[in-house]
Design a protein around this ligand. Structure first.
Ligand code: PLP
Length: 282
C-alpha cells in the first residue's frame, strides 16, 4: 500500500477511510498522539514513543485498549503493509464516540485508536535551520501530547510564510520549545535546555540528546534560558523525531550559532548512530 489509515481495527488507504462525526476528536481534539519514523520497515525508538503515549493518555484519563506490547505489534504489522521502507508513523487515541457534550462520556464507552502512515524520512541532520521567534500563546498542559495544536499550527504557518523551518516559542523572555520540536543551546561547553515542566513537551529526541551529552562528558543544564541566551548561543539545536539534532544558522533573520562545531558534530554523530543501529539505515 502507498499509505495507510487505521481506525479501530479497519484499515485502508487514508483517503478511503471514514470516521464517525461524533468521535470526540472532531469537537474537542479530545485525545493524545505520538509519532516517529521508520527506515527499512523498522520503527525508531518505538518503546520510548509508546511509553510516552500511554503516559499522555493516562494524564487525561483516556484508557488505551491494547497493551503496550499489542500496540507495538499492531504498529509493526501496519508498517509492514506500506510499500515505502521509510515512513512517518503516527498514532492517536481519542476519548470515544458520543454526542457532543463537554464533560467526558460514560466511562464504558471505548476509546478510539487511529494509525496513520505515509512515506517520509528523517531530515538531513547536517542541514541548517532558519527559525523565527513567536510568543508562546499555548496553555499550561504542554507536557501532554494532546491533539489541541492550533497555536502550534499557527506558529508553523508563520514560520513557513517567513521561509523558515521552525518557530521558537517564548513566554516573555523565557524560551520554551518549538512548534513541533524541542530546542537546546550549547554555551561554553554546556548544553542548556528548558526543564520538563508543564510548558514543554518531554521530547523523546530531547531525552536522547541529554543522554548523548552525558555519554560524551558534556555537562547539561536543565534550567530556563532566555531569548538573549538563544541569540548569543554557541550552537542552537532543534530536536524531534524527524529532526534528530539539527543546528540553526539564523533566527529572525540574524545569524546564530556556528561557534561550537566540534561539540555539535559529536552530538549529531551520536544521534545518527542510534538511528542507524535501530533501523539499519545508511
Ligand atoms: N515539542 C513539541 C511541541 C512537539 O510537537 C514535538 C514533536 O512532535 C517535540 C517537542 C519533539 O518531540 P519528539 O522528540 O518526541 O519527537
Amino acid at each position: 500500500m502507498e499509505n495507510l489509515g487505521y481506525y479501530n481495527g479497519s484499515f485502508g488507504l487514508i483517503e478511503d477511510m471514514k470516521i464517525p462525526m461524533n468521535d470526540r476528536v472532531c469537537y474537542f481534539g479530545d485525545g493524545v498522539y505520538d509519532a516517529t519514523y521508520t527506515a527499512n520497515h523498522l520503527i525508531y525508538s518505538l518503546d520510548d514513543h509508546v511509553d510516552r503515549f500511554f503516559n499522555s493518555a493516562k494524564m487525561i484519563g483516556i484508557p488505551i485498549v491494547p497493551s503496550k506490547k499489542d500496540l507495538k505489534n499492531l504498529l509493526q504489522e501496519m508498517v509492514n503493509k506500506v510499500d515505502s521502507p521509510e515512513q512517518f508513523l503516527y498514532w492517536q487515541v481519542t476519548r470515544g464516540t458520543a454526542i457532543r457534550n463537554h464533560a467526558y462520556p460514560e466511562s464504558d464507552i471505548p476509546s478510539n485508536l487511529w494509525i496513520m502512515i505515509k512515506p517520509g524520512s528523517i531530515k538531513d541532520i547536517y542541514q541548517k535551520f532558519k527559525l523565527i521567534t513567536v510568543e508562546d500563546t499555548r496553555y499550561f498542559h504542554c507536557n501532554i501530547k494532546t491533539l489541541n495544536l492550533l497555536p502550534n499550527v499557527m506558529a508553523s504557518q508563520k514560520a513557513a510564510e517567513a521561509g523558515c523551518d521552525e518557530a521558537v516559542f517564548h513566554r516573555e523572555d523565557r524560551v520554551t520549545e518549538c512548534a513541533h520540536s524541542n530546542i537546546s543551546i550549547l554555551k561554553n561547553g554546556v548544553l542548556r535546555t528548558a526543564p520538563l515542566d508543564n510548558l514543554v513537551l518531554p521530547g523523546i529526541t530531547r531525552g536522547h540528546l541529554l543522554h548523548f551529552c552525558r555519554q560524551n562528558g558534556i555537562p547539561v543544564d536543565e534550567s530556563p534560558f532566555t531569548l538573549n541566551d538563544l541569540m548569543d548561543a554557541d550552537e542552537v539545536i532543534v530536536t524531534s523525531a524527524g529532526a534528530l539534532c539539527i543546528a540553526a544558522s539564523e533566527i529572525d533573520g540574524f545569524p546564530v550559532g556556528g561557534k561550537a562545531p566540534d561539540l555539535l558534530n559529536i552530538l549529531q554523530k551520536s544521534a545518527l548512530k542510534k538511528f542507524q543501529q535501530e533501523t539499519g539505515a545508511l
